[in-house]
Write a protein that binds this ligand. Structure first.
Ligand code: SF4
Ligand code: SF4
Length: 76
């Protein structure tokens, strides 16, 4: 679990990710990159939690855990 006081980060399901690169191209800060042909949060400190990556992913491999955090105070 991630405490709510920790920075909120997009979560990438590497099993769903096709490596298309759309999220990497869309990320305005360069927080995302490619690792072993999958999207990866390579620069977590640069993420502004804008959700552009979540919006653009064609297979729903990225989610930002804000709903879970609001409900329980923890990401599970
Ligand atoms: S939430 Fe925004 S800044 Fe963070 S990785 Fe996704 S597109 Fe980049
Ligand atoms: S947009 Fe989705 S499928 Fe494409 S590289 Fe990013 S996480 Fe993977």
């Amino acid at each position: 679990m991630i405490p709510i006081s920790d920075p909120w980060m997009p979560r990438i399901d590497r099993g769903l990710c096709t490596g298309c690169g759309d999220c990497i191209a869309r990320c305005p800060t360069g927080a995302l990159g490619r690792k072993e042909d999958k999207a990866t949060l390579v620069q977590p400190a640069l993420c502004t939690y804008c959700a552009a990556c979540e919006d653009v992913c064609p297979v729903g491999a990225i989610e930002l855990p804000y709903l879970i955090v609001k409900q329980g105070g923890y990401e599970t």
